[in-house]
Design a protein around this ligand. Structure first.
Ligand SMILES: *[C@@H]1O[C@H](CO)[C@@H](O)[C@H](O)[C@H]1NC(C)=O
Ligand SMILES: *[C@@H]1O[C@H](CO)[C@@H](O)[C@H](O)[C@H]1NC(C)=O
Ligand SMILES: *[C@@H]1O[C@H](CO)[C@@H](O)[C@H](O)[C@H]1NC(C)=O
Ligand SMILES: *[C@@H]1O[C@H](CO)[C@@H](O)[C@H](O)[C@H]1NC(C)=O
Ligand SMILES: *[C@@H]1O[C@H](CO)[C@@H](O)[C@H](O)[C@H]1NC(C)=O
Ligand SMILES: *[C@@H]1O[C@H](CO)[C@@H](O)[C@H](O)[C@H]1NC(C)=O
Ligand SMILES: *[C@@H]1O[C@H](CO)[C@@H](O)[C@H](O)[C@H]1NC(C)=O
Ligand SMILES: *[C@@H]1O[C@H](CO)[C@@H](O)[C@H](O)[C@H]1NC(C)=O
Ligand SMILES: [Ca+2]
Length: 502
């Protein structure tokens, strides 16, 4: 404004033919001229209005032109053009003389341009073109730049000022089954001071059940001990907030260290032909049965046993991984062979078994792993020996001697023979019969073995007779056993004959 006022006073004094005169420069904001044919300046006001004159541009301009009434107009939109000083030579033709004026049009954006730049950013895109380019390199990291008459301010991007954790991810190893308090501190980089921390809501629900984060210190603690066998690796998302409450995140990866906390386990496998499983509802209390005839020899396999362990640590060593022993104070007709192929055992007999000697064995098997510390599982094994018909009836005597007075009543009891069979039930149920079914002297009660007279004996006719009795068992299957005993009967004389008088 000041320069224009000065011009008005000075200009009429300047008087020179074909001399170069300066006109005060025109300062415009290109953004104010977004179209063609917008008036920049009207020179009629600048020269003596009483003279008629013509005006023309000595040099063609891409951006400006004069119209017949000496108005300076835009030729096109000035938006996006380089904010430079454009010099125009203006020829004013008066009646007496012609004068050339130099006019500087200063393009200057009113406001400075502000750019938020990221740390690694090296190029920004300007809203205007200079030399057909609108990109500039900002690698030198100056925060104020002038391009032409434009003032450009570079701001470090707010995102770049975000806090971040010292590490992402954090990784830590924790032993299972142990309780840890403040086991890890999550911290932001030193340039920012976080105001609080929390387990981000993106964590799985289970993470909240096991971990807690001190919101002011960033220390992680356990709520409950970890279990290697259920989860071996945990992944937590930790959220921090800087003073402006802008969140930042890191991962915490927790590897659970296995310790020997699982006792070893046995899986049982019984030979089908030999063993009847009575009860396997309780994995640690197994009841089986075997027929005595199946275990008449040594080395009959009772069970094949496979040991296993959920812990990995007990499987690391090359040493024997499992030990299986029988725990009993009695000496038992069983023994354990193995391990074979690390973890297989065989339980077999080492004696003939006989139900009639012992019909059940109840003992413990102890399976021990090789972990630190060693852990054991206890199994109670009940083996019931089932009966087979392997015993014959045995008479309490092999010969029964009976004396009987002659002139006996018919159906008088002579004797009761008795045979025992140590087998069970039908295998041991004994009945009796006379070997001679047509025996004329005696009858026998097949159930009780009571032998009764079938006739009246007369000493004068016979003094003695013998017969054989058989005892037999009644197995439902298999062979029937029979045993014979002899009964020897002596008739005792009575004085039953009236002396004959000769
Ligand atoms: C040129 O002519 C105009 C009018 O004809 C006059 O006003 C002006 O002073 C003259 N300029 C010079 C330098 O002679
Ligand atoms: C334009 O002219 C003004 C005034 O003379 C000056 O201050 C400025 O530096 C010039 N700009 C350029 C880009 O030459
Ligand atoms: C967090 O840690 C601070 C400093 O050790 C302690 O005073 C505060 O009680 C802790 N907060 C919780 C919820 O444990
Ligand atoms: C098997 O053992 C379980 C537990 O010891 C017991 O409750 C169940 O009655 C037994 N079943 C048979 C058929 O013996
Ligand atoms: C074996 O059994 C007895 C009696 O049941 C018990 O006192 C002992 O501790 C057991 N041995 C082992 C090694 O467990
Ligand atoms: C047979 O069994 C009975 C009763 O059980 C017994 O009294 C008797 O002594 C036994 N006899 C033999 C030979 O075992
Ligand atoms: C013999 O005596 C027994 C026992 O008293 C009786 O049960 C049975 O019927 C009698 N037999 C005869 C043929 O009388
Ligand atoms: C009884 O059995 C024995 C032995 O088998 C035999 O020697 C005897 O002749 C038999 N006696 C009778 C009367 O059949
Ligand atoms: Ca029998």
């Amino acid at each position: 404004m000041i320069s224009i006022i000065i011009f008005f006073f000075i200009f009429p004094l300047i008087y020179s033919n074909h001399h170069l005169h300066s006109l005060p420069s025109i300062v415009i904001d290109p953004n104010d001229y977004p179209e063609s044919d917008l008036i920049l300046h009207n020179f009629q006001h600048q020269f003596h209005p009483t003279y008629s004159y013509r005006c023309l541009l000595q040099t063609e301009s891409k951006y400006f032109h004069l119209d017949s009434s000496c108005q300076l107009l835009t030729r096109l939109s000035l938006k996006q053009i380089c904010p430079l000083n454009y010099t125009l030579k203006l020829e004013i033709v008066f009646p007496q003389n012609t004068t050339i004026y130099e006019l500087i049009i200063e393009l200057r954006y009113k406001n400075s341009f502000q750019f938020n730049i990221k740390n690694d950013q090296s190029i920004i895109t300007l809203p205007f073109y200079c030399n057909n380019h609108n990109e500039i390199n900002i690698e030198n990291k100056k925060y104020e730049i002038s391009i032409g008459n434009a003032h450009i301010l570079l701001n470090e991007d707010h995102e770049e000022k975000l806090c971040q954790f010292e590490k992402n991810p954090y990784r830590i190893k924790l032993k299972e089954n142990e309780f840890y308090e403040n086991f890890l501190q999550t911290k932001p980089i030193s340039s920012c001071s976080a105001t609080n921390y929390l387990l981000a809501s993106s964590n799985s629900k289970r993470n909240f059940e096991y971990f807690t984060l001190n919101s002011s210190t960033g220390y992680l603690s356990l709520i409950r001990p970890l279990d290697y066998e259920s989860i071996t690796t945990w992944k937590l998302v930790i959220q921090g907030h800087d003073k402006a409450s802008i969140p930042f995140y890191t991962y915490v990866i927790i590897d659970v260290d296995d310790i020997n906390d699982c006792p070893p386990l046995l899986s049982w496998n019984f030979p089908l032909q030999t063993i009847e499983i009575l009860n396997n509802t309780d994995a640690f209390n197994i009841e089986i049965a075997v027929h005595e005839s199946k275990v008449e020899q040594n080395n009959v396999i009772i069970a094949n046993l496979i040991a296993s362990d959920l812990d990995t640590s007990s499987n690391i060593d090359d040493q024997i991984k499992f030990q299986l022993t029988i725990n009993s104070t009695d000496s038992l007709p069983f023994e354990i062979h193995g391990p074979f192929a690390d973890s297989t055992f065989v339980l077999s007999t080492n004696h003939k078994l006989d139900r009639e000697l012992q019909d059940k064995y109840i003992f413990n098997l102890i399976l021990t792993d090789n972990g630190q510390p060693k852990l054991s599982s206890y199994y109670e094994l009940s083996i019931y020996i089932l009966d087979d018909n392997d015993n014959s009836p045995i008479f309490d005597k092999s010969i029964y001697y009976v004396d009987i007075q002659e002139n006996n009543f018919i159906n008088t009891t002579l004797i009761q023979v008795s045979a025992n069979d140590s087998d069970l039930d039908d295998n041991g149920r004994v009945t009796y019969e006379l070997n001679d079914i047509n025996n004329k002297y005696v009858t026998i009660d097949s159930q009780t073995g009571i032998i009764r007279t079938k006739m009246q004996y007369d000493f004068e006719q016979f003094k003695h007779f013998t017969f054989n009795v058989t005892a037999m068992d009644h197995p439902k299957k298999g062979q029937q056993f029979k045993t014979t005993a002899t009964v020897s009967v002596h008739i005792i004389n009575q004085n039953d004959n009236i002396p004959k008088v000769s």
